[in-house]
Every structure is written in C-alpha cells, then in structure tokens.
Ligand binder design. Structure first.
Ligand SMILES: [Zn+2]
Length: 221
C-alpha cells in the first residue's frame, strides 16, 4: 500500500501567516468587496507603516461604533438622536424625502435646495441579494406616517417624496412603497427624472438634483 505523499502544512490559501496576521486577514475579508488578495495588501501596508497610523485606524473603527448610531426618526447615521435635521425647527416636518442610503441624503443636503425631512431606507429591495422590505427601515417610515408622534416635532406627514436611485432595484423599491402608501392619507411624489437611468444620486451635480426636487412629479394626491 503506497504511503500518502507528505504535504506541507498549508491553509486553504497557502502557507499560513503568523496567527495575528491571519486574524487580521480574517476580519478584513469579512468587509464588503475585500477578498484575500486585497486583505493581504491592506495588512502588509499596516505592517510596513508606523504604529501610530495603525492605531488611528483602530481607533476610528472603535469610535464609529461607539459614537455613531441611527436617528430614531429618520434612520440616518448620526452622533445624536434625533439627528440635527430632524431636530431642526426650521425644516418643513410635513415633507419627507425617502432615500436609499446616507450618501444620498448627503448629496441632496449639499444642494441646500430641500427644506423638508428625510427617511433613509438603509438599502433597497433586491430579491436577487435576498434583501426584502423587512431588511430596510420601511416599517419605521410607515409608522412615522401613521403616527405623527413618531415624526419629528409630532408633525403629521403630508407629502412623501420617493427619491430612490434610477436603477432596477431603485424602481422596484419605489413601486413597493407606492403600493404601501396607496391607502394612506399622504401625497406621494417622486423626484423628476433629471438623472440618467443607472446613475447614482451621489454622482449627480447639485444643479441636476435641485431640478429633480423642484420638478418632482405627483404620483398620488
Ligand atoms: Zn433624523
């Protein structure tokens, strides 16, 4: 009976690095879009650099989890809840612009053209990725509409502006929300289509976004 050929001790990805390096690689590859190769590049960069910059990164990661949470009203990222937008008495609290991600809210806010509140879905419906409305903040939005005490200042919401990105998933999400809002006593509008299909809001110019808000189209009275 032939003896099995002796194999060098290797992990699934080749020879193992020292344990602390492997631990770092394991954590890095859990991040979205980071494969083993990218994780190695980041890890070696950190190992080559000074301790101070590595500590800055570690502290930034720790701080973001301890200091940042979601606004209880609009679900946006914030250091304090309610967030500064929801807390501002200068905003029109009867108007809510629904966006997919915090970066979309930032893009709209930079236009300085919008004076209402936001609702951040924290994603979009994407059946292929297994993301349904229950994974987003849809229930919180509907609760805000149904119960004014859950909106900023206890103000009743009169208009919901759908501000999803013009993609297949964005359109699907808007369609779902329209169905949910159909029976509710709110006006529903959507941003004018100044944005070419497939573009993201964060890449649109301020002028285009401002036009999209100004020229928003009525879907439901
Ligand atoms: Zn808020």
């Amino acid at each position: 009976m032939p003896s099995p050929r002796k194999q060098p001790v290797e992990s699934r990805h080749g020879p193992a690095y020292p344990a602390p390096v492997e631990r770092l690689l394991t954590e890095l590859t859990r991040l979205p879009g980071i494969g083993r190769r990218s994780a190695e590049r980041i890890a070696f960069h950190l190992l080559r650099g000074d301790a101070e910059s590595a500590n800055r990164l570690a502290k930034a990661v720790t701080d973001v989890k301890s200091a940042i949470g979601h606004c209880a009203v609009c679900s946006n990222l914030t250091e304090s809840s309610p967030c500064p937008v929801c807390a501002s008495e200068k905003r029109d609290r009867s108007l809510v612009l629904v966006v997919e991600q915090p970066r979309d809210q930032i893009a709209i806010e930079q236009t300085a053209m919008y004076r209402g509140l936001y609702h951040v879905l924290l994603g979009r419906i994407s059946p292929l990725d297994g993301i349904g409305p229950e994974h987003l903040t849809v229930a919180d939005l509907l609760a805000r509409i149904d119960d004014p005490t859950k909106n900023a200042g206890g103000v009743r919401i009169e208009e919901v502006i759908l501000g999803m990105n013009p993609t297949v998933e964005g359109d699907g999400t808007a369609l779902y929300l329209m169905q949910e809002l159909q029976s509710r006593p709110v006006r529903v509008t959507r941003l004018a289509r100044g944005l070419p299909s497939g573009w993201s809001m964060e890449l649109a110019s301020k002028a285009v976004l401002a036009d999209a808000i100004e020229g928003r189209q009525k879907i439901k009275e």
